[in-house]
Write a protein that binds this ligand. Sequence first.
Ligand code: ATP
Ligand code: MG
Length: 566
Amino acid sequence: MAEQTNAEEAKKSLNFIEQIVENDLAEGKNGGRIQTRFPPEPNGYLHIGHAKAICLDFGIAKRYNGICNLRFDDTNPVKEDVEYVDSIKEDIQWLGFQWKDIYYASDYFQQLFDFAIRLIKQGHAYVDEQSSEVIAQQKGTPTQPGVESPYRNRPAEESLDLFLRMNQGEFEEGSMTLRAKIDMASSNMHFRDPIIYRIIKHPHHRTGTTWKVYPMYDFAHGQSDYFEGVTHSLCTLEFEVHRPLYDYFIDLLMTDDGYRPRQTEFNRLNLTYTMMSKRKLLQLVKERLVAGWDDPRMPTLCGYRRRGFTPQSIRNFIDRIGYTKYDGIIDVALLEHSVREDLNETAKRVSAVLNPVKLLITNYPEGKTEQLEAVNNPERPEDGVHEITFSRELYIEQEDFMEDAPKKYYRLTPGQEVRLKSAYIIKCTGCKKAADGTIEEVYAEYLPETKSGLPDSSRKVKSTIHWVSVAHSLPAEIRLYDRLFLAENPAEEKDKELKDLLNPDSLKVLANCRVEAELAEAKPYDHFQFQRIGYFNLDPDSKDGRLIFNRTVSLKDTWNKIKDKV
Ligand code: ATP
Ligand code: MG
């Protein structure tokens, strides 16, 4: 009984796709085989929306002892490139997944061409000599049937001859297409004699100039699934209306061995303050509105990687949002919450001063230094401690000192005590100002008996501030990133230019920061918590001892507040 309850519990937590897969397995469909694929078009870098598809495609295969292949949907040579192929492989592996085999839709160009010829001979396809604009005009509306092309009923031999010559390069791009002959009055617009081949003379990144005609998505995707033996073809909701066409071509292709692929759709990921379409991302790169595909403000996987997001945090985020049949928009704060949660567990705590001002400990002997211990990660005592150097001259944040402070200001102000993190309690005694009023130096005295870790260190102060030693810290550049778009849903701002949608403060560069000596050892992409500030990682631009850090996310979590309101 208890066991049954457990099984039911487990079942309840299945998403609707896992439920479908389990039902198929129970019914013995496809001989109990589970095979999925992730099918990117190599026309851009992967973005966080793709991560949602990747986690599902690879996750289903893993959970049900199946396989997941990587298939490049490379049917449009004009937009595709090997640069994208390489980056896609790298990003999938970075996310933590491994495909079984790699396929390319272009591997099937011959099979698809042969299939098209068969359809022409069987009267299921014809060559149309009208332009795609005219064809679109004849499509009709969902309530009004379309107009049949004057070429619709031409003899099969004529279409066959033209189709072969289309592929010889005899005709100009756009002058002819091959159309499936289905039903110009169908209530599904995709059945109104869809174009299945077009002429493209641009060389293909894999097949070169072998082909002059290329299959459309609807004539390549389902067939590719079928050729490979895919059992569950998972895609986003916009393909739901394509599914009957997917099934139509599979029916024509199928031999009667009981196997057939099935398409199931799920909701795509949309994020607030984020544009996801590859076309828009390409535009951002081309118009140099960002530094490249891996600009840390980009929603690409390489952008998030460079920004300091971990694969674990992205997978956790995808797990949290789940898979449904309804489109919506997810608050980007949930993604930020996921990375904060992960880095809280794993990132080493260090000190960095973003806007330094000198703090002089006037009663600390000149020339003296002390090695103190700083805890690496209070969440994981097993991570131990590292050494920091204390001395008479320190840097603190400008904002941690105020000469005339309001009552509730608990940081440094003349007469007030604060603790220096992992060091001593100090009492502020004053400051030195330049003629224009800027603070040049802050003065304080330390209380030797309050050293962190000593019995008397229980003495209470209202705040703890971070610091680094002037002589023992390193200069660094720190890049503070904020959301790239101002509008909550930039994709809806259709009448505005892309550049006018951008947040002008999405990148702030602080060139004169100081970080503790421990960071001399940091390697590109290493994660840290800069205490009291946020999570940062070392940017790969760091070279020859020049340290550059990216802010992954600040410490403040807005998600919990939002969640409570929902
Ligand atoms: P975009 O519209 O952003 O250019 P795409 O759908 O054209 O993306 P593909 O390379 O064709 O990109 O997508 C590969 C797979 O990733 C498809 O199965 C697609 O459904 C899925 N995918 C793309 N965008 C998202 C998203 N935002 N959320 C979930 N899955 C997505
Ligand atoms: Mg696409």
